[in-house]
Design a protein around this ligand. Structure first.
Ligand code: APR
Length: 168
């Protein structure tokens, strides 16, 4: 699988599946969740209402409705609590589970926001390292995973990690 970094609004991306950083209710929030719901339209919330929420570290799928993406994979990242509450393991599980679900749907391209690094307060560098390492080590038939940054710090972190990983 090829890993790419991209700067911008994830709702604009023409990929098979976009990942959403939601909360356990899956009933809407701000940040990337708000942007995805606005772009997808009200049918997305209706679909989310039928899912019964989602545990932290897990993910659930809906259609993408008015998004360019065919599917949305809603995941719930950990709330940062200092690092001693299993946050890293939970964040790893999010990336792994989203990739597995997207793969199971038959997606060939998938885009991830920087899960947990907004409202949930996960340190950006540590989260970027987990994103890159987990996606690189999870077996998959997906062709391209795009790590979407919405701030320059995250974008530079992704760029550095991806360059470093491709050096001999
Ligand atoms: N495209 C891509 N990335 C975005 C976008 C967007 N349109 N909008 C925000 N982001 C980025 C933020 O800059 C951040 O790096 O998404 C990352 C995740 O931030 P949040 O959306 O705050 O998600 P998270 O930290 O996982 O917190 C989840 O926020 O919206 C609520 O209901 C949600 O309670 C849950 C919590």
């Amino acid at each position: 699988m090829e890993l790419r970094a991209w700067f911008g609004d994830i709702t604009r991306l023409e990929v098979d599946a976009v990942v959403n950083a939601a909360n356990e209710t899956l009933l809407g929030g701000g940040g990337v969740d708000g942007a995805i719901h606005r772009a997808a339209g009200p049918e997305l919330l209706e679909a989310c209402r039928t899912l019964g929420g989602c545990a932290t570290g897990d993910a659930k799928v809906t259609d993408g409705y008015r998004l360019p993406a065919r599917w949305v994979v809603h995941t719930v990242g950990p709330i940062w609590g200092g690092g001693g509450r299993g946050e890293a393991d939970l964040l790893r599980r999010c990336y792994r589970r989203c990739l597995e679900l997207a793969d199971g749907l038959g997606a060939r391209t998938v885009a991830f926001p920087a899960v947990s690094t907004g409202v949930y307060g996960y340190p950006r560098r540590a989260a970027a390292e987990i994103a890159v390492t987990t996606l690189r080590t999870t077996p998959t038939s997906i062709d391209i995973a795009t790590l979407v940054a919405f701030d320059t710090e995250t974008y530079e972190l992704y760029r550095a990690l991806l360059d470093g990983a491709s050096r001999p």
